[in-house]
Design a protein around this ligand. Sequence first.
Ligand SMILES: [Zn+2]
Length: 335
Amino acid sequence: MGGRLLCRYRHNYGAYKMSELAKNEFGEKWAAIEVKDAFLQHGTRFESFYCAFCDIPVSPVACYGDEFVKAPHFAKLKSDHADLCPYGKAGLVAYGINRKSTSATYKFEVDLPERLVPIRAARAGTTPKAIKPSPNYPSDDEIKTRVKDSAGNLEIANQYTTSLLRTLAAARRTALSQLYKLPEAKKLADDAKALNNFVFGELAKAPLKLYEEKTNYKNAFHGIGKKPWNGRFIYFGDAKASQSPTGFTLTAENGPPNEPPLTIRMPVSVHVKCDISHPVNLMERKTNECLLECIATDAKVYWFAYGALVLNEARDGYELRVELPEHIYVSTKKP
Ligand SMILES: [Zn+2]
């Protein structure tokens, strides 16, 4: 492979076309990635967005979809950003913020989120009054002040993060399907082991941080059937769902093996905490609907869950506890 990186971790941003931090009609600053998370989690849609620094109208792209396609961002509409705007000619670099370079070159058209972060707090109870930015665009000094005041926000907006496991699961699935289609992979079609080594070797080159834990797209994810792992990961598998006093339990029989000699597969129980009759948000409602459907039809559920897989007290099975709706993704379709 001659040191070429297979994955293109981020979109190659056109120099002045895209931006990732904007103000909504209430004057609140939102990163495009947060807009997408809020849409998936709560169904939130804002009416309009303006550049956080120079007030030109911008439009959310790849923010209001149900599917993972590419990194959410804001595109300018008619007017260009002000020259001094970090999204204008000045660029983020002028303000000491460097985008991670997208040196990777292969034909691998997928933007992979780089980090799992805590979800943005829900909006305050009172709805703020919609505001429109003044028709006079801000002065150069005002733009500089705004950038200084939001340096932290800007840094976050500049990193492709997500707070939803669902987005990471979709990103990985897209990456895998693209990797298997590469000519290099097709050459290995007759050798399953070599093919897997190739595909997962490339996946391992895509960095991912799970909160503060540095890992990659291979090691962050574990099917439940292998050795018991230590730490918090994104586990996946299939299971039968049932209701429990605190929500649902997903039960899989093909979990990690027992202690050496590692001959017997132990069952895994994923305990999903949720309020079935009063879901806290859209994401929890969708999880509930999917699991109730699986129970009603006695169908398998395919799941991804973030957390630690630990031996239960009786030492006859493993458990994973999911407390947050954004830490579980379930589907009736095989991923
Ligand atoms: Zn701007």
